[in-house]
Design a protein around this ligand. Structure first.
Ligand code: NDP
Length: 331
């Protein structure tokens, strides 16, 4: 197996020199174990934020869709695909009934019909469930309400907006290029999308959300979030999903004080981690699969190629190269 080991803490943007690629000898399979070969590796913003908590050197974390190429476990036969939190590595030996980490057990990928297996890392995987549960359980939108989403053209944001439309809401997105905004309105049915790099946020909100904002799905944090929260309706709900605008910063930027808006508008602001719904995982995947089959959910993937390009892919998503979910095709 080849694997990435993180040898230096990130300082600013991740760099190739923060990692080492290491060859590892894999053990013989014991009863109950499987050997998998990675086909798609996930790159996600949390990877930039989480590694601070690890003692170095450490194997790089992350999800992957992998094919079972040897098996001593009849429930996990050769040829089937698993979604596992195996990290940035090409081959893995594991016992799927013993968790590698406390939360995500390796699971057999559902039968996706004609859909590509890579969706197990996107709309039919962790980001898909982040969108499904984050919107439904934290924002609790009602038909006719207005939802604003930042990071709107990414894996989570583009999905949240489409669920918002399915639920009968008005959906406004903020994304980093005009092309992304056009994709959101023309392809995904967002009511409005604005380029946050070139528009005044307050003016955009006045235009896009004349009845102000009931739900804010926050993927980016920072000043834009303060502006949006100041533009919310009484009893508005904020799902704090991520804060990518500061993941590459070592000194956090100053943002406007939000407490008055939270108090006087009686906002409910709640952070969440998608693991909270680990016991309802299949419900989310099945709901998203049904919508996909009904043509109500669309997706794009940004596919990077080659195991040696993992770091470029991670740098790429932090810079906004992707529309939809970014994955790396290993071969
Ligand atoms: P994305 O596919 O959205 O990729 C990241 C996107 O963030 C980029 O494409 C870029 O788009 C945008 N971005 C980068 N820098 C900035 C910036 N300074 N300001 C605003 N936008 C920026 O990633 P995901 O959909 O996978 O994740 C979205 C968010 O959700 C992240 O914050 C992530 O950490 C969080 N998350 C949280 C989970 C949870 O359990 N709470 C689970 C999964 C994800 P653009 O061109 O628009 O700038």
């Amino acid at each position: 197996a080849r694997k990435y080991v993180l040898t230096k803490y990130f300082n600013g943007e991740p760099k190739k020199s923060d990692f080492k690629i290491v060859e590892e000898e894999l053990p013989e399979l014991k009863d109950g174990e499987i050997l998998t070969e990675a086909e798609y590796l996930s790159v996600d913003p949390y990877m930039r934020a989480y590694m601070i908590g690890y003692k170095l050197p450490t194997d790089m974390i992350g999800g992957q869709v992998a094919k079972i190429i040897e098996s001593r476990n009849e429930k996990f036969p050769v040829g089937k695909y698993v979604v596992g939190q195996f990290g940035w590595r090409t081959h893995t030996v594991c016992n799927p009934h013993k968790p590698l980490n406390q939360v995500f057990m390796p699971t057999l990928l559902l039968n996706l019909g004609s859909h590509p297996v890579s969706l197990g890392l996107g709309i039919l995987g962790m980001p898909g469930n982040t969108s499904y549960f984050g919107l439904k359980e934290i924002c609790k939108p009602k038909s006719g309400e207005t939802i604003v989403i930042t990071g709107a053209a990414g894996a989570v944001g583009s999905h949240v907006g489409q669920i918002g439309k399915i639920l009968g809401c008005r959906v406004i997105g903020f994304a980093g290029t005009d092309e992304k905004c056009e994709y959101l309105t023309k392809e995904l049915g967002f009511d409005h999308a604005f380029n946050y790099k070139t528009t005044n946020i307050r003016d955009a909100l006045k235009e896009g959300a004349p009845k102000r904002v009931d739900c804010y799905f926050d993927n980016v944090g920072g000043e834009i979030s303060s502006t949006i929260m100041n533009y919310m309706n009484h009893y508005g709900r904020v799902a704090v999903c991520g804060s990518i605008s500061s993941y590459n910063d070592s000194i956090l930027p100053k943002v406007s004080i939000l407490q008055p808006a939270i108090v006087f508008k009686e906002l409910k602001v709640e952070g969440f981690l998608v693991n909270r719904w680990i016991n309802r995982w299949e419900e989310g995947i099945n709901a998203n699969l049904n919508w996909l089959d009904e043509g109500k959910l669309k997706y794009q993937e940004k596919i990077y190629h080659g195991f040696d390009n993992m770091v470029d892919a991670l740098i790429g998503i932090l810079k906004g190269e992707n529309t939809g979910k970014a994955v790396v095709k290993v071969k």
